[in-house]
Design a protein around this ligand. Structure first.
Ligand code: NDP
Length: 282
């Protein structure tokens, strides 16, 4: 068997459109073809009570690794041999890499976000306002803090979740973090540099709006949305109309996969090829 035959990846969980129509599969397989790799990226829907068996199956079949989507990002950890540093801090795994027969959990969501962000701004020394305190928000906030962000304001509907994330950032990273409840339209602080929607508001609904004071989106502010579909969310359109620098969720989706492909194969995939495949497939 050639070495490339080992580069198989398992996709589990929530991107559960019928096989062949899955946008992530189209994106990753376009990258493999472009790199000339004899590799497949296979979407497997795995029930929660079969997760351990699926993980052991991937190892038994010599897979190079696999992604995990919701609802497996936390529960997969008990089936792994170790965690990368930021996955340990985030407490969730979206990418598993087989290294010398050991299953190592990584989190590429936050790294993918940062790679996308760095095309327009460096988070070092900046004040980020993050809406949301779920898995995506944790990954983004932890990686931004580790990359030198000075301050993070975590705004969330359930303030206890925002406080838990703020406590984690204050205890385990050099950044200063504060939690804010989201019980009325939020005014973006004047000293904020980067605003991130890391909630699920806007997924599948291009007209869904975050409760915020639109006039506080001032020109020059960087506004990023994690929502990949539809990519032109109401937040992106509103921010663009007010002169903000905008980043859609496709950039994060492409870049988290680029990081994963590098972990699995050691190769650097082409963002342009992947984004084009994703846009064709969405
Ligand atoms: P979680 O379920 O872990 O968290 C959801 C977050 O959204 C929580 O903070 C929740 O607040 C908040 N939220 C949901 N609905 C509302 C609402 N109506 N009003 C206010 N807040 C709300 O999900 P994830 O963090 O894993 O994912 C969030 C989004 O990020 C998803 O849409 C997903 O598609 C996207 N994503 C995109 C990626 C990319 O590569 N582009 C990668 C990963 C995720 P509360 O705590 O109060 O319930």
């Amino acid at each position: 068997m050639s070495d490339d035959r080992r580069f198989l990846s398992l996709l589990t969980g929530s991107f559960s459109t019928p096989a062949g129509a899955n946008p992530t599969v189209a994106m990753v397989e376009a990258a493999y073809r472009d790199l000339g790799l004899d590799a497949r990226y296979i979407n497997c829907e795995v029930a929660s009570d079969h997760l351990g068996a699926a993980v052991r199956g991937a190892l038994a079949m010599g897979w190079a690794g696999f992604n995990c989507s919701l609802p497996h990002k936390v529960t997969v950890i008990e089936h792994l041999d170790g965690l990368g540093a930021s996955a340990e801090l985030i407490g969730a795994v979206n990418c598993v890499v087989v290294r010398e027969g050991r299953l190592i959990g990584e989190n590429t969501d936050g790294q993918g976000f940062l790679a996308s962000l760095r095309t327009v701004a460096d988070p070092a020394g900046r004040h980020l306002v993050v809406f949301g305190a779920g898995g995506a928000a944790r990954a983004i906030a932890v990686e931004a803090a580790l990359a030198g962000a000075a301050r993070l304001t975590i705004v969330n509907r359930n303030v206890a979740h925002a406080e838990a994330l703020g406590d984690l950032l204050n205890a385990r990273t050099p950044a200063r973090a504060q939690a804010r409840p989201w019980d009325r339209p939020c005014r973006i602080p004047e000293d904020a540099d980067i605003v991130v929607n890391a909630t699920s508001i806007g997924l599948g609904d291009g007209n869904a709006r975050l409760a915020l004071e639109a006039e506080s989106l001032r020109a020059g502010l960087v506004v990023a949305d994690v929502i990949p579909n539809p990519p032109r969310t109401a937040l992106i359109r509103d921010a663009e109309a007010r002169g903000c620098v905008v980043l859609d969720g496709l950039g994060m989706l492409v870049n988290q996969a680029i990081v994963a492909i590098t972990l699995w194969t050691g190769r650097q995939a082409d963002a342009g090829v992947m984004r084009a495949a994703l846009e064709r497939s969405l």
